[in-house]
Design a protein around this ligand. Structure first.
Ligand code: COA
Length: 205
């Protein structure tokens, strides 16, 4: 059993901790979040502000950033620098032997990740999502519950695909683009833009 420190103590962290416990490969030794004002040990776990992270670097085998916001998660990864990240896969996830799950990513309950898919670092594949064959996800993306990413789709950095959205085959989602819940994306998206509806259209600000 390897030790892991979790960064983030919000709603996404709650789900991530449940996954870690069910996976049974890591022991959560501490949780860092700036909502904690001072170090405190309760039972076998400590709680401390994230700003103190440097002092815990030698106390753990792995780190895991359990923050739902893609940009914040990516920024925290930058701050933590060269540390080892845990890869979390829930026991009910079906992950192809030829798929690649990069460190820092989490594959939640009842998801499917098909052959030759590549899930980049610090990505969330949320409950019930489907990642089809040959999908490539850059990093720090979030595929929300029950979203379907069909074959050959390419997803850029920090993309957020909303709950139950569908991305059609071979479509490319630009970096930082956001797909609304329930959308059907039939064409490539521009970076930093939001798309909603069926078929998905750019949300003009
Ligand atoms: C797309 C989304 C990001 C837009 O958020 P926003 O920028 O705050 O936009 P607003 O809520 O101000 O809505 C702007 C317009 O888009 C429409 N809209 C928002 N979300 C929509 C959606 N998913 N589908 C269709 N239309 C949508 C709104 O009705 C509004 O239309 P109007 O201007 O005609 O009134 C958000 O609504 C969404 O769907 N997020 C995904 C949430 C999710 O799945 N989270 C998973 C967590 S695990």
């Amino acid at each position: 059993m390897k030790n892991v420190i979790i960064v983030g103590a919000g709603g996404h962290s709650k789900v991530a901790q449940e996954c870690i416990q069910q996976q049974g490969e890591h022991k959560i030794v501490g949780i860092l979040d700036n909502k904690f004002t001072a170090y405190e040990k309760i039972g076998e776990q400590f709680y401390a502000p994230f700003t103190d992270f440097e002092q815990f670097k030698n106390e753990t085998d792995y780190w895991f950033i359990a923050i739902g916001d893609n940009k914040v998660r990516a920024k925290v990864a930058e701050q933590l620098g060269d540390v080892a990240y845990a890869t979390i896969i829930h026991p009910t996830a079906i992950v192809s032997r030829t798929a690649t799950i990069e460190p820092g990513s989490i594959i939640m309950p009842v998801t499917v990740v098909q052959p030759d898919a590549i899930i980049g670092r610090h990505t969330i594949i949320n409950t019930g999502a489907i990642i089809e064959h040959d999908v490539i996800i850059a990093e720090s993306a979030h595929i929300s519950p029950r979203a379907t990413i069909t074959g050959g789709v390419k997803i850029g950095t920090c993309v957020h695909v909303g709950a139950a959205a569908v991305v059609n085959p071979q479509v490319q989602l630009g970096d930082y683009s956001i797909i609304g819940a329930g959308a059907v994306v039939t064409a490539n998206t521009e970076p930093h833009q939001t798309y909603v509806g069926i078929p998905a259209r750019k949300l003009e600000k």
